[in-house]
Design a protein around this ligand. Structure first.
Ligand code: NAI
Ligand SMILES: C[C@@H](CO)CCC[C@@H](C)[C@H]1CC[C@H]2[C@@H]3[C@H](O)CC4=CC(=O)CC[C@]4(C)[C@H]3CC[C@]12C
Length: 440
């Protein structure tokens, strides 16, 4: 039987200063202090030295949480949480779903809501957690409401990710903005208190002027001016989510929301990486450099993005005052490189070569080709969908330095990447190698 180690502390300065009543109201600072004390001493209890001398109490972190934030203790005690992941069959959504099943022991039901349900969901249904697949559309308020009813936490990753002109601006707006509004209203109506939204770095930039954002953080000033429907829709949706923080949900408690802004996500299941790989195979194992190596583009491994979602969802209830209404860039230790050079970290070991130390075509010619593609897309629209990778928007994004460097998530909820760069790279390479038609 493990011996319970008691952690002697000097007493929490915040608690002492504020007095018992104040910190009973739920002070995130106090909980954060207690968590650090407990971690440092590797014990399982915190001695509350701020009690009168001689009558000090020892409390576990769980007990502290129950005292300080009684509303959330109910769910923690019962160890029976219902999570809903919208877009759970997408590239990121699948990783979030699998990560939750691995890393959230309090889960009793996991609902996966998506327009299209994938066959791999079936294999998840044999585990201890009840996995409920719900085919539905976020633009349909009644379908969202039915899926959200009874959920404790909603992770809203569903979205229309289209920067190639496949969908109309109206459809992008409907899915990304109206869909998000439907999710918020469903939370309010059903009494769901915790909402995590997958936003995007695109909410900030690159902007229409192509100004660089170099090692920026959540407070770095930047002119976030957009014209493309995708970043516009993500920015609007993010605002809705942040403004909803604090709204009273059914039952009277406040809604707690926050938004995560991943940079360009990569990893197993990344469609654009797949497209580049197949294009390279078609071109005899070569890709041709179009972007200068000096342009740096922020990238983050999908497993770490998923981990950050799981962590935020878990910690939102314990640190509502600190995290509610906040945005966090989603980052890890992936190196800063140009979009193409970064992709070669995986495609190189799979037999592809990036030809040229400099772009083979001058920038003005690429701009012309991108404009031509846009014109062709417009002309051909009545007949067929022409949506190549290169268009004025993708060219501008790929050619603008946009990198983040921040520790906000680490400070607010203890985020550390779960996967090192080496592991992220190895996993991604293995996935490319296992792809159908692989050169390996
Ligand atoms: N891929 C990337 O590099 C980045 C993605 N994001 C955001 O992450 C989220 C997930 O993106 P990905 O996994 O890359 O995209 P994805 O296209 O692989 O996944 C999106 C999922 O949402 C579902 N969905 C789309 N419309 C829906 C609707 N009307 N109702 C219900 N479900 C619907 C799709 O079926 C799909 O399963 C999106 O919100 C995106 O804006 C943010 C930053 C970077
Ligand atoms: C000019 C081409 C020559 O090889 C290269 C074109 C690459 C582009 C298709 C990608 C470059 C940057 C990507 C975007 C970026 O990672 C940020 C994103 C965030 C999101 O939320 C969604 C995806 C994307 C817009 C991503 C899309 C693909 C690029 C434009």
């Amino acid at each position: 039987m493990p011996v319970q180690r008691r952690v002697a502390t000097r007493g929490c300065p915040v608690a002492r200063e504020w007095g018992l009543e104040r910190w009973r109201l739920g002070c995130s600072l106090f909980l954060e202090w207690a968590r650090r004390e407990e971690e440092q001493a590797e014990g399982d209890g915190v001695l509350l030295a701020c009690w009168p001398r001689g009558r000090e109490k020892t409390a576990s972190l769980g007990t502290l949480r129950r005292w300080l934030q009684p509303g959330m203790a109910d769910s923690a005690q019962a160890q029976k949480l219902v999570y809903l992941v919208t877009g759970g069959c997408g590239f990121l959504g699948e990783h979030v779903v699998r990560m939750l099943l691995q890393q959230e022991p309090r889960l009793c039901e996991l609902r996966i809501f998506d327009l299209h349900l994938d066959p791999w969901l079936e294999e998840l249904k044999t585990g201890p957690v009840q996995v409920t697949a719900i085919q539905g559309d976020v633009t349909q308020a009644h379908e969202v409401a039915a899926a959200v009813a009874g959920a404790h936490v909603v992770i809203h990753t569903a979205g229309l990710v289209d920067v190639f002109g496949r969908a109309s601006p109206e459809t992008i707006h409907e899915v990304n903005v109206q869909g998000t509004q439907n999710v918020i209203e469903a939370c309010v109506q059903s009494g769901t208190r915790f909402l995590v939204y997958t936003s995007s770095m695109e909410v900030v930039g690159p902007n229409v002027k192509g100004q660089p954002f170099y090692r920026g953080n959540e407070n770095t000033p930047y002119e976030a001016a957009h014209r493309h429907p995708y970043p516009c829709s993500k920015a609007l949706a993010e605002r809705l989510v942040l403004e909803a923080n604090g709204r009273k949900v059914r039952g009277g408690l406040p809604l707690v929301t926050c938004a995560l802004r991943p940079t360009g996500i990569y990893g197993e299941g990344h469609q654009i990486m797949r497209d580049f790989y197949h294009q390279g195979l078609r071109l005899g194992g070569r890709l041709f450099r179009a972007i200068p190596a000096s342009v740096e583009h922020g990238r983050v491994y999908v497993g770490n993005v998923a981990w950050m979602h799981v962590l935020v969802a878990r910690e939102l209830e314990h640190r509502a005052a600190l995290m509610g209404g906040q945005v966090y860039f989603c980052y890890d230790n992936s190196p800063y490189k140009s979009y193409e050079d970064f992709n070669m970290e995986f495609l190189g070991p799979c037999g592809l070569r990036l030809v040229g130390a400099r772009p083979l075509l001058p920038y003005w010619l690429l701009v012309l080709l991108a404009a031509l593609n846009a014109l062709l897309q417009w002309l051909l629209r009545p007949l067929l969908l022409y949506a190549p990778l290169l268009n004025p928007y993708t060219l501008a994004v790929a050619n603008t330095t946009f990198t983040v460097s921040t520790d906000k998530a680490q400070r607010h909820f203890g985020y550390e990447p779960l996967f090192s760069w080496e592991e992220s790279r190895t996993r991604t390479i293995r996935w490319v190698q296992a792809m159908e038609g692989s050169a390996q």
